[in-house]
Ligand binder design. Structure first.
Ligand SMILES: NC(=O)C1=CN([C@@H]2O[C@H](COP(=O)(O)OP(=O)(O)OC[C@H]3O[C@@H](n4cnc5c(N)ncnc54)[C@H](O)[C@@H]3O)[C@@H](O)[C@H]2O)C=CC1
Ligand SMILES: O=C(O)CCC(=O)C(=O)O
Length: 411
């Protein structure tokens, strides 16, 4: 199912549970602004190449719009739209004073040199600089982008608007980035997992985990679960997959990946086909890569008892139904991966205050926000007699609807 259709379907189910006025429902679904720009750059060999960049600003009723920028060959307007909408509900679930946005460029960052990536990022920033802003729309990293990408955006934006560290989050510490932001999404995933497991009388150290995607989010989640005694029995990424039923030594696997650029041929495990990861025998499955990976074709194969959605929209609504029938508990993306945007909020606050927090404070506050959001979701589940996805959606949508109504529509 198309990402936008899937996200909008979840939104409409929540709107029905909340008895939202149909006109308000329609207005919440339509994005505030959709931007599409052509980005042409000279390649290192002098030839010209053109890319299409997008920024969808979904909603700003609760504060400046916020969300990552993705560099990936499959970036398309519908998916960016869905991801922007998810950011609106996510920031509301986390109860941070933001709306939602997302951006992306349809490119394969692995095919571009560092200087080509820099030129592309600067051209994209030139095209959107007057539509983003510290109090209007604040980008951050997502798939295929990182702290360096944010540094280029900061520099290019500052040429037009003066030095503006708070224009992006997830930037290098030397430029005003927050301690703890790089690990924050993975750390938040672990706090979320523990909140869910505790409720079921279980603990990380007694369980096995399989992780799809070993980039920023997947590698941090894996590292922290391993540190806390969890057994990570399988990991995959674009280069392949590796398994060990006794548990992979995650620090050694990270070193192997750094040395060889691949998960293949790791001496501490056996290679396996990457497409077997989602059906791997384990207690907890954590998708940390692309959207829509769990669908009606493969949901039946899942053997885990819990799915923690670290990626955005990894499970489509058809898969949700199958998993629910099979008793698999799904912790939804708009809560499970909200640790990243929560620490982005802390970074923005630090930039505006001109005061840096220590890492212990960042992690302590993150835990507080993740724990509070879980309790709020559980309350909504009880009120509406619904699963965790609808608990999270009703929580987020209700907060955005309330803010929208309070602001009103008078011209
Ligand atoms: N970076 C962040 O702070 C946040 C990221 N997310 C979401 O988490 C997910 C991962 O993002 P990042 O870790 O930042 O991206 P990343 O670019 O650092 O890593 C992505 C990983 O996915 C792997 N991958 C790509 N295609 C794959 C496939 N077909 N099978 C298996 N693995 C595959 C890549 O090899 C890489 O290891 C995305 O859905 C993103 O939207 C959500 C919240 C915040
Ligand atoms: O840190 C942020 O501002 C946004 C992170 C993001 O793109 C996401 O949560 O999907």
């Amino acid at each position: 199912m198309n990402a936008l259709a899937a996200t909008s379907r979840n939104f409409r189910r929540a709107a029905r549970l909340l008895n939202l006025d149909s006109k308000l429902e329609k207005s919440l679904l339509i994005p505030f602004r959709e931007i599409k720009v052509e980005c042409t750059i000279p390649k290192d060999d002098g030839t010209l190449v053109s890319y299409v960049g997008f920024r969808v600003q979904h909603d700003n009723s609760r504060g400046p719009m916020k969300g990552g920028i993705r560099y990936h060959p499959e970036v398309d307007p519908d998916e960016v739209n869905a991801l922007a909408q998810l950011m609106t509900w996510k920031t509301a679930v986390a109860d941070i004073p933001y709306g939602g946005a997302k951006g992306g460029i349809g490119c394969n960052p692995k095919d571009l040199s560092k200087s080509e990536l820099e030129r592309l990022t600067r051209v994209f920033t030139q095209k959107i600089h007057d539509l983003i802003g510290v109090q209007t729309d604040v980008p951050a990293p997502d798939m295929g982008t990182n702290a360096q990408t944010m540094a280029w955006i900061l520099d290019e934006y500052s040429k037009f608007h003066g030095h503006s560290p708070a224009i992006v989050t997830g930037k290098p510490i030397d430029l005003g980035g927050s301690l703890g932001r790089e690990a924050a999404t993975g750390r938040g995933v672990v706090y979320a997992t523990k909140a869910l497991l505790e409720e079921h009388g279980k603990s990380v150290k007694d369980l096995t985990f399989a992780i799809q995607g070993f980039g920023n989010v997947g590698s941090w989640a894996g590292r922290l679960l391993h540190e806390q005694g969890g057994k990570v029995v399988a990991v995959s990424d674009i280069t392949g997959a590796v398994k060990n039923s006794n548990g992979l030594d995650i620090p050694s696997l990270l070193k192997h990946k750094e040395d060889t650029g691949s998960l293949k041929n790791f001496s501490g495990g056996d290679d396996m086909p990457a497409e077997h990861l989602l059906g791997q025998e384990c207690d907890v499955l954590i998708p940390c890569a692309l959207g829509g990976v769990l669908n009606r074709e493969n949901a039946q194969d899942v053997r885990a008892k819990y799915i923690i959605e670290a990626a955005n929209h990894p499970t489509d609504p058809d898969a949700d139904e199958i998993l629910s029938k099979n008793g698999v508990i799904v912790l939804p993306d708009i809560y499970a991966n909200s640790g990243g945007v929560t620490v982005s909020y802390f970074e923005w606050v630090q930039n505006i205050q001109g005061f840096m927090w220590d890492e212990e404070k960042v992690n302590r506050e993150l835990k507080k926000y993740m724990t509070r959001a879980f309790l709020n979701i559980k309350n909504m589940c009880q009120t509406h007699n619904c699963d965790l996805r609808m608990g999270a959606f009703t929580l987020g949508v209700n907060r955005v609807a309330r803010a929208t109504m309070l602001r009103g529509w008078e011209a």
